[in-house]
Design a protein around this ligand. Structure first.
Ligand code: HEC
Length: 102
């Protein structure tokens, strides 16, 4: 029974669980690609800024791994870089997810 649960758990993990991506690598990418517009620190989560702080983004009810994946493959604001590899996307999303208040 324990064995079966271990096999199944990756599939049922909620978005934001640390099952994919590398938050530390994501933070590096965010500092390079996003921080000129967004505040990316976990200490800053003001939802009323434009663009919103990443801490606020991560805590929006609409935040899911899938919504981020879709969002980040579409141009927004004046975001200069629109092409991320799958790994980079995973890392960015893992970093955002790590900013959620638990
Ligand atoms: C040149 C400025 C700029 C850069 C660079 C930028 N953004 Fe944004 N971002 C904005 C603006 C402006 C908005 C709000 C308006 C909009 O959605 O178009 C926004 C909104 C967002 C939102 C949506 C929040 C919501 O309201 O749901 C997310 C998520 C986001 N950005 C992620 C990122 C990530 C991740 C990066 C780096 C890979 C990034 N942004 C880089 C300007 C930027």
């Amino acid at each position: 029974m324990v064995f079966a649960c271990a096999l199944v758990s990756p599939v049922v993990m909620p978005a934001g669980a640390q099952g994919f991506g590398d938050p530390a690598a994501g933070r590096v990418i965010a500092s390079a690609e996003c921080a000129q517009c967004h505040r990316i620190s976990e200490r800053e989560h003001d939802p009323n800024r434009t663009p919103p702080d990443f801490g606020a983004v991560a805590n929006m009810p609409s935040f899911t791994e899938l919504s981020m994946r879709v969002f980040l493959q579409t141009p927004h604001g004046q975001m200069p870089r629109l092409q991320f590899t799958r790994t980079e996307l995973d890392d960015i999303i893992a970093y955002l997810a790590s900013l959620r208040r638990r």
